[in-house]
Ligand binder design. Structure first.
Ligand SMILES: C=CC1=C(C)c2cc3[nH]c(cc4nc(cc5[nH]c(cc1n2)c(C)c5CCC(=O)O)C(CCC(=O)O)=C4C)c(C)c3C=C
Ligand SMILES: [Fe+2]
Ligand SMILES: [Fe+2]
Length: 345
């Protein structure tokens, strides 16, 4: 005889929150402090990620544990100190990401069943902890938003991997959606163009050249089929078209090289130096691939690149800030989220 399970009665059943939709904004990550221990913990997690360093572990781990984690924490800790948000005692990347989540929650307040949260791929708050928190609040559906306009396996894919890894341990999984790259979205391109125009209008000089400097990746990742390079080039082309500028006026470069391999070219540092040596006196740099200002924009560009330009004969240098949590920046993020939530709102 077949046994039929009895319908659980309300009294016997534990309370379950339900009916909510979560949005999880995720950026790269950040150390908890600039001290050696915090920096080492952060870099260890970051540089152990196979999506970031694709070399064989047999080759990479002796270098990572023998050299990199003994020297880089001090060096990078000093760089972070220069740009630390002292008021909140945290990195700007964390401040801006939290602000973006708060601002988005306010913009979408009419959807009372929506919960907006934020996490970091490396460091705290972790993706797993925030996914679990969203689920506890009753989110049966979660939209994961890797905060990168251009897709790279080293950034977008590793965020998505981590989100799906969190589901691995759940008996009752929420439905999961991930936000695709938005490198050619007109709202994003318009926001970049408006930001350039707005910031250049505030100067009492105008740049001869503007660099669109994107974070680099090893050239070998591109050769293996990563679409990142092409998406960066498309963003720059659309931006040029929007501004009515030539290829000479808006040039694409790649920054933040790591390790001895060849990375995407032309390099930002070499280009800045060459422009100055060739007699260009005034340049501006924008970082369209970074949703928020961080170490790589504030220290490497506004700090180091500016210094190199002046040192080599350049006279005027401007760093155009990232869109951050500005109204234009939030218009982009809110637009992308609304579109990707279609059918869930
Ligand atoms: C092989 C190493 C790295 C790859 C590939 C890589 C790709 C990549 N990174 C970003 C965005 C950011 N990177 C940041 C810092 C950073 N990046 C690497 C290495 C690689 N990145 C390192 C080791 C570091 C830490 C600092 C250092 O040791 O130099 C940051 C800043 C974080 C902050 O808290 O401010 C961002 C943002 C992208 C978009 C990308 C590929 C497209
Ligand atoms: Fe990086
Ligand atoms: Fe860097």
């Amino acid at each position: 005889m077949t046994e039929v399970l009895a319908e659980p009665t309300a009294a016997a059943h534990p309370p379950v929150k339900s009916g909510k939709v979560g949005v999880l904004l995720v950026n790269l990550g950040t150390p908890d402090g600039t001290d050696y221990t915090s920096m080492r913990r952060y870099l260890k997690e970051f540089l152990s990620d196979r999506r970031v360093i694709e070399w064989s572990r047999l080759f990479w781990y002796p270098i990572l544990y023998g050299i990199v984690l003994n020297t880089r924490p001090q060096k990078v800790g000093k760089a972070y100190e220069l740009i630390w948000n002292k008021e909140r005692n945290e990195s700007w990347l964390r401040t801006y990401t939290r602000n973006q989540a708060a601002s988005m929650a306010e913009a979408l307040v009419d959807h009372s069943h929506l919960v907006v949260d934020w996490a970091m791929r490396y460091g705290q708050p972790s993706i797993t902890s925030r996914m679990e928190a969203l689920q506890k609040q009753g989110c049966e559906r979660i939209l994961v938003f890797p905060l990168y306009p251009q897709y790279a396996a080293a950034t977008t894919a590793t965020v998505n991997d981590k989100a799906f890894e969190a589901l691995l341990k759940m008996r009752w999984q929420p439905a999961l959606r991930t936000v695709p790259p938005y490198h050619d979205d007109p709202v994003y391109i318009d926001a970049l163009a408006a930001s350039i125009e707005h910031h250049l209008a505030k100067l009492d000089w105008q740049p001869e050249v503007v660099l669109a400097s994107f974070h680099g990746i090893p050239k070998s990742y591109f050769d293996l089929g990563d679409p990142y390079y092409c998406q960066c080039q498309k963003t720059a082309r659309l931006l040029r078209e929007k501004l009515g500028w030539t290829k000479e006026k808006l040039q694409v470069t790649f920054q933040s090289r790591f390790g001895p391999e060849e990375w995407l070219q032309p390099y930002t540092d070499a280009t800045v130096e060459k422009l100055a040596k060739d007699g260009v006196k005034r340049i501006a740099v924008i970082n369209p691939g970074f949703v928020s200002d961080c170490l790589e924009t504030l220290e490497e560009i506004a700090g180091q690149a500016a210094e190199s330009f002046h040192h080599n004969g350049g006279e005027k240098f401007a760093h155009i800030p990232c869109l951050n949590d500005s109204p234009e920046g939030m218009a982009v993020l809110n637009h992308v989220v609304r579109r990707e939530l279609e059918g869930w709102l």
